[in-house]
Design a binder for this molecule. Structure first.
Ligand SMILES: Nc1nc2c(ncn2[C@@H]2O[C@H](COP(=O)(O)OP(=O)(O)OP(=O)(O)O)[C@@H](O)[C@H]2O)c(=O)[nH]1
Ligand SMILES: [Mg+2]
Length: 424
């Protein structure tokens, strides 16, 4: 938000509960998540919030006449300056509602983009958010234009000033997108170089992923002794952070903490962060951190799995579920979670805060990453230099001798390394 540091914007959060929307979420919990999202923006005070039940969205103003008038009074009374609508709002609806209510309005994607742009700390993060914001603006220009065109339709104009302007805006955005893309590529290249240097250290990579506020950074800090911001705030972490940790058995691993996921993650954001996220997911082990004490924990887990899949997380990479925050569960609920986890080797019930359950989890991590490593002799013909380079780059080669028609190498690797090697 481009507000003065001392000015606190008075905001109201609306969750439209649209009956005709098949993918609709439980209204009360969706509203409280939207309020938490709003609270993640600095200099903003949520002065009120409510669910608005709707049979279906109205094209021009989203809500019905009576509702709009009713809310107008409430907003005036509460001196609301900004209305956050937890869902998609078309540019036309946005303009109309802003005029009706005399407020500024942001929809869910706009709000999440604002938070991300506030959090972005690294050059790459800033560029990625900028790209997402521009792509978002661009689709809104297109939609506004379609609307204008339809209005003009009957008048028989071809073109017209509105269209020219929007076309020009769109071209300007496209040019800017190309420039940003180029800058991101440049930054990404430097990062890849760093990574190549790191790859010489043959440490397996463990990626922490999960819903926002699940406790990834708290766990990361506890395990690595790092000091990543961990806060009861949505999207506290934006840029991925990596640290080396020596596990109890002596195994060194690289842990990575990442941006949290959320339901209905704007597609523009997923696209902009794809490169970073894909790199994170190219891990040896993915740990799905869940807030098991959250009332929506199942829904959140489902959304995380969907997003992982859409990012192309490989089936070859094992996934462990970490049921975090068990310390918040009491009595039977606590025991039930722990018992359930005990029955499934892929689930661990832990508390990143108290440390409960962590030794067992770490033992499983060690087991998965180390026991799986095997030694194998390979013969690599000279014309397969790429495969040999890959083995070197991953640091998998123990010994190597040159023969008449190729190299004889001994590798020490995991089953996953072997599968990747086969695919090269
Ligand atoms: N009671 C309890 N609270 C926890 C536990 N783990 C994390 N928290 C709290 O949950 C909140 C969110 O923790 P973070 O570590 O910032 O969560 P995150 O997954 O990194 O969140 P994002 O970076 O926003 O995606 C903080 O207030 C933590 O103190 C836990 O095991 N028990
Ligand atoms: Mg975090």
């Amino acid at each position: 938000m481009k507000e003065h540091a001392d000015h606190v914007t008075r905001a109201w959060v609306l969750h439209p509960d649209i009956k005709s929307d098949r993918a609709r979420r439980v209204a009360a919990t969706a509203l409280s998540e939207a309020v938490a999202l709003a609270a993640a923006l600095p200099n903003l005070e949520v002065v009120g919030s409510n669910v608005v039940p709707l049979p279906k969205a109205h094209a021009g103003k989203l809500f019905g006449k009576g509702k709009i008038a009713e809310l107008k009074e409430i907003f005036a009374e509460a001196e609301v300056e900004l209305v956050l609508v937890d869902g998609p709002v078309t540019p036309v609806q946005q303009r109309n509602l802003e005029k009706e209510w005399n407020v500024k309005l942001l929809d869910r994607t706009g709000l999440i983009l604002e938070i991300f742009s506030d959090r972005a700390a690294t050059r790459e993060g800033v560029l990625q958010v900028e790209m997402a914001a521009l792509s978002y603006q661009r689709t809104r220009l297109v939609r506004a234009w379609t609307h204008l065109e339809r209005q003009r339709g009957g008048l028989g104009f071809v073109g017209g000033p509105g269209e020219t302007q929007i076309e020009a805006d769109r071209r300007a955005i496209d040019d800017q997108l190309v420039r940003i893309r180029r800058q991101i590529d440049k930054v990404a290249k430097t990062r890849t170089l760093h990574r190549a240097a790191r790859a010489k250290v043959p440490y397996p990579i463990v990626a922490l992923v999960g819903y926002t506020n699940a406790g990834k950074s708290t766990l990361f800090n506890r395990l690595t002794g790092a000091d990543v911001m961990a806060k009861d705030m949505l999207f506290a972490t934006l840029d991925p952070t990596m640290r080396t940790v020596k596990l109890d058995g002596g195994l060194d691993v690289i842990m990575s903490d990442t941006v949290g996921f959320i339901s209905d993650l704007p597609t523009e954001l997923v696209a902009a962060f794809r490169a970073t996220l894909e790199e994170v997911l190219a891990a040896d082990l993915i740990v799905h951190v869940r807030d098991i004490a959250h009332e929506n924990t199942e829904e959140q887990a489902r959304d995380v799995r969907t997003i992982l899949k859409s990012l192309g997380a490989s089936d070859d990479v094992p996934v462990l579920e970490l049921w975090n925050k068990v310390d918040l569960l009491e009595g039977e609920a606590h025991d039930a979670a722990v018992n359930r986890a005990n029955r499934d080797p892929n689930i661990h019930a832990v508390s990143a805060l108290t440390g409960e359950g962590l030794p067992g989890f770490l033992a499983t991590v060690t087991g998965l990453l180390e026991v799986a490593k095997t030694v194998q002799d390979l013969h690599i013909p000279f014309d397969q230099g790429k495969r040999r380079a890959w083995l070197h780059q991953k640091g998998l080669i123990e010994t190597e001798t040159q023969g008449e028609d190729g190299f004889d190498v001994t590798v020490r690797w995991t089953a996953q390394d072997a599968r990747q090697f086969e695919k090269l």
